[in-house]
Design a protein around this ligand. Structure first.
Ligand code: MLC
Ligand code: AMP
Length: 504
């Protein structure tokens, strides 16, 4: 693909997503196994590092075990665990063996997890919580549940890294307007294309060391952070969870040069007295939710870092980014990445995209696919956009009902349906309240039976078995009725007032 004029490319660079390893994710990694086995790949503490050669050997062994346990190319494997070396090894092993990874949020409750099991029909699940392993077996007793260290007998030597570009690599579950998550099938080539574009655009080199505190079960931490590190032959400091001090220590103790985060993380970093330590980084990237322009500016005053904001999705990996060289414009997500064609269509204008990074369709959902793509092959993102005077993309809204709290998507309808199952609640409407910490603070307006008071604790308790905690309303109001127009249609923009049941 000739995109030599893409503004992200340094002089003399060309974007060719097939240049390394035949255009597959595992092919690009395999080149690294042989070219620089001694190089550090993962850092876990002062004494504990893993080289590319170590990761090659550990994932080879793990792939053999999985094959001996009966898993074969194309089989789906749920991966749902906190970040650890075992998880990275298991993930790399699955992809090298041609298995299809289904990353799943560790906050999911039984019904959310069981939906994924029923839909993806996995052969195995790599999961670090025995209770959730039980939920999985409850949905399908044939699923082999394994802890991330894969306690299995060694298996045979098998052929690795042989996936073809169009072979599926990952199924990422994400909801449209329906609230029922569907699986976006990303191929080896989709993922390889996206990280090659990022390697070039973000000048990602083997000298870079990423402080990686994003969870490894979503596109941001996995498809950008981990895959990009391995593709660039760089290293990552694996942080089991996000804590500002751990990020600062990753710089002082391990020489981190990169940090990727969601806006909530930048908000919390900016509150720390140590925030100035981030000035040592080469690059700070924000994505998954809008970064307020005010936070961008304040962060620069505190750290001298101009955060680079970018835009992506589960279905597409990364699409648009502010440039490393050139203006980084607060409140914008930047310019299309190499290989990405973008257009704005309709009124209000929806962002449509096409390119080698974009998934081919949803898992077993031809109906959803025909809606999601235009006749000429553009994917309809459901995000609304406009270009500013420099041609930078501004995300101006969403065509679908979607809230984003702390970088996690929350579909109001799913929360409303769960609330309505409570016999004490007659009707519920869920909206986002702007919050400097969370972006959208999930807010519910409730009409209760007999105008009964209902405590926030009671609501939370009711939702506990039904919805991941990040989807629970943080703010609750009790109202006598929901505002509706003459046709009975709910008018969410008119929601206000009511008796406050909880306010944070
Ligand atoms: C945790 N909590 C949240 C929350 N995360 N509430 C609302 N929104 C969230 N995102 C709740 C917990 O349930 C708990 O509630 C309380 O906050 C503290 O929990 P915690 O585990 O200590 O939370 P914390 O570590 O502080 O987590 C905040 C966070 C995390 C920002 C670090 O949410 C996070 O890692 N977000 C990143 C999400 C991400 O990776 N998104 C990428 C999607 S990919 P209680 O009631 O128990 O106290 C994508 C594509 C793209 O979008 O473009 O990148
Ligand atoms: P997901 O389905 O979790 O992959 O979420 C993708 C959605 O996150 C996109 O469709 C956007 O609505 C949103 N998103 C990602 N990055 C940004 C950003 N930088 N600014 C605003 N919204 C973003």
């Amino acid at each position: 693909m000739a995109t030599g004029e893409n503004p992200h490319l340094a002089r003399g660079h060309r974007f060719d997503p097939s240049a390394r390893g035949g255009g597959t994710l595992v092919g690009s990694w395999a080149a690294g196994w042989t070219e620089y086995p001694e190089r550090t790949c993962l850092v876990l503490g002062p004494e504990h590092t893993l080289s590319y050669g170590d990761l090659e050997a550990a994932s080879r062994r793990a792939a053999g075990k999985l094959r001996a346990a009966g898993l074969d190319r194309g089989d789906r494997v749920i991966l749902s665990a906190a970040s650890s070396v075992h998880l990275v090894v298991a993930h790399v092993a699955c992809l090298r063996a041609g298995l299809v990874v289904v990353p799943t949020n560790t906050a999911y409750r039984a019904t959310e997890l069981q939906h994924v099991v029923g839909d993806a029909k996995p052969r195995a699940a790599i999961i670090d919580d025995p209770e959730r392993a039980e939920w999985i077996r409850g949905a399908d007793e044939r699923v082999l549940t394994l802890s991330p260290d894969l306690p299995l007998p060694d298996g045979p030597e098998i052929e690795l890294d042989g996936a073809a570009p169009n072979d599926p690599a990952l199924i990422g579950y994400t909801s449209g307007t329906t609230g029922q998550p569907k699986g976006a099938v990303l191929s080896q080539h989709n993922l390889a294309s996206s990280i090659e574009a990022l390697r070039l655009a973000w000048r990602w080199t083997s000298d870079d060391r990423l402080a990686l505190s994003l969870p490894l079960f979503h596109m941001h931490g996995l498809g950008v952070g981990l895959h990009g590190t391995l593709h660039a032959g760089a290293s990552a400091i694996l942080l089991p969870r996000f804590e500002p001090d751990a990020v600062f220590d990753a710089i002082s103790a391990h020489g981190a040069t990169l940090f990727f985060g969601v806006p909530t993380m930048y908000h919390r970093l900016a509150e720390s007295p140590r925030v100035g330590e981030l000035s040592a980084l080469r690059l700070c990237v924000s994505g998954s939710a809008p970064l307020p322009a005010e936070l961008h500016t304040r962060f620069e005053e505190l750290t001298d870092q101009k955060i680079l904001e970018r835009y992506g999705m589960t279905e597409t990996a990364m699409l648009v980014s502010n440039p490393v060289d050139g203006q980084r414009r607060p409140g914008t997500v930047g310019l299309p990445l190499p290989g990405v064609e973008m257009r704005l269509r309709g009124d209000p204008a929806e962002i449509e995209v096409r390119g080698p990074n974009i998934f081919a369709g949803y898992w077993e959902r031809p109906d959803a696919n025909s809606e999601a793509f235009t006749a000429d092959g553009f994917f309809r993102t459901g995000d609304l956009g406009a270009l500013d005077e420099e041609g930078y993309l501004v995300i101006s809204g969403r065509a679908r009902e979607l809230l984003i709290s702390g970088g996690y998507n929350v579909y109001p309808r799913e929360v409303e349906e769960a609330l309505a199952e409570d016999p004490r609640i007659l009707e519920a409407a869920v909206v986002g309240t702007p919050s400097p910490e969370w972006g959208d603070a999930i807010t519910a307006y409730l009409v209760t039976a007999n105008e009964e008071e209902i405590s926030p604790e009671a609501v939370r308790k009711f939702l506990a078995s039904r919805l991941a905690p990040y989807k629970h309303p943080r703010i609750l109001f009790r109202v006598d009725a929901l505002p509706r127009n003459a046709l009975g249609k709910l008018q969410k923009h008119r929601l206000q007032g009511g008796r406050v049941l909880e306010k944070e």
